[in-house]
Each structure stands twice: as structure tokens, then as C-alpha cells.
Design a protein around this ligand. Structure first.
Ligand code: IMP
Ligand code: MG
Length: 182
């Protein structure tokens, strides 16, 4: 099996920059959610590394839950069709929900998720994403409350993000070579 380094075009965001920005996001979220009933909802599987680093930067008594949805299959374009593969374990009624995503591309996944969760009676719902590709947005009604980095229209992997389930273990964010996904 080859090393993943050969499959990357470049490093987009290195480990140090990730940790520095996540520390800042944690401070901001901590300030905003003081005195609230925060539930972090990680969207599996892409957000695992981001969520696990982010939650350590938020010294509040918060809860965590997970959802898994599928919209892509093995392709690199969103289909707009979202399926819930794993739902929350907890009731979010009267909770202050913060959805934690790896990346927002078309925004279709998040638009569906936010509408779905908002019907369950939370006190508030906000969105935190590590990466945002605003040039690719299709769902215009998505408001991102916390964003780590705005990135160009490249397919990125690493730090939890995959292409066909691979590359999640790369410790930084890299751009995948175009010939591998086009
Ligand atoms: P959207 O519905 O188009 O916003 O897609 C959101 C989901 O697509 C994310 O949660 C990722 O799982 C996946 N995705 C979108 N762009 C990328 C990328 O550049 N690398 C890896 N996954 C991506
Ligand atoms: Mg994915």
C-alpha cells in the first residue's frame, strides 16, 4: 500500500495553523455559550478530529452527540439527496445545539440537517464548520456562525476528511491531486 503523501498536490492547512484556529474558535464558543445548555452535534465521520480537538477548548459543561448522513456515495459532487444513517441518541428539546461539520460545500447536507433538527424543539441552532468553500454554495440560506477557514474550490482531505473513505488519518488538510477525483 502506498503512502498518502504521493496522492497530495499540496498542504493547504498545516497542523499548527489548525490548532491555533481551533483554540480561537473554542474561546469564541465558550464566551457565546456561557450559561446555556450546549450540545455539540458532530456529523460523522468527517468531523471527528475537529470535534475532538474543539471540545477540549470549550471548558463548559456541555453534551455531545453524533449524527451520520450520506449525500455523496463515492463521488466528489453532492447529490442533494440526504439520508440519515445514524440519528441522535438524545432529545434536543430546549437545548442550545451547535452542529459541528468538517466542510460546507454546496450546503445541501447542512440545509437538510438544520431543518430536520429545528423541528425537534431546540432553543437555538448554530453551525460551526472547520472549512467553508463558499464558491460552491447551492443552498443560499445557510448562515455559518463559526468558520475555521475559507478555502478555494479544491477537493481536500485529511484531519477527518475523506475521499472514498481514505485519507482521514492525514494529520493536516491537504489538496488531493486532481487526477484522483476527476
Ligand atoms: P455539501 O452538502 O455539498 O455541503 O457537502 C458536505 C459534505 O460533503 C461534507 O460533510 C463532506 O463530507 C463532503 N465534502 C465536501 N467537499 C469535500 C472535500 O473537499 N473533501 C472531502 N469531503 C468533502
Ligand atoms: Mg465525507
Amino acid at each position: 500500500m502506498e503512502n498518502w503523501a504521493e496522492h497530495l498536490e499540496c498542504t493547504l492547512i498545516d497542523e499548527e495553523s489548525l490548532q491555533k484556529r481551533i483554540h480561537e474558535l473554542g474561546e469564541e464558543i465558550t464566551r457565546d455559550y456561557e450559561g446555556k445548555d450546549l450540545v455539540l452535534i458532530g456529523i460523522l465521520k468527517g468531523s471527528i478530529m475537529f470535534l475532538s480537538d474543539l471540545c477540549k477548548e470549550i471548558p463548559l459543561s456541555l453534551a455531545m452527540d453524533f449524527m451520520s448522513v450520506s449525500s455523496y456515495g463515492n463521488r466528489s459532487e453532492s447529490s442533494g439527496v440526504v439520508r440519515i444513517l445514524k440519528d441522535l441518541d438524545q432529545n434536543i428539546e430546549n437545548k442550545d445545539v451547535l452542529i459541528v461539520e468538517d466542510i460546507i460545500d454546496s450546503g445541501l447536507t447542512l440545509s437538510y440537517l438544520r431543518d430536520n433538527l429545528s423541528h425537534r424543539g431546540p432553543r437555538s441552532i448554530q453551525i460551526c464548520t472547520l472549512l467553508d468553500k463558499p464558491d460552491r454554495r447551492v443552498a443560499k440560506d445557510i448562515h455559518v456562525n463559526y468558520c475555521g477557514f475559507i478555502i478555494p474550490d479544491k477537493f481536500v482531505v485529511g484531519y477527518g476528511l475523506d475521499f472514498s473513505e481514505k485519507y482521514r488519518n492525514i494529520p493536516f488538510i491537504g489538496a488531493l491531486k486532481r487526477e484522483l477525483y476527476e
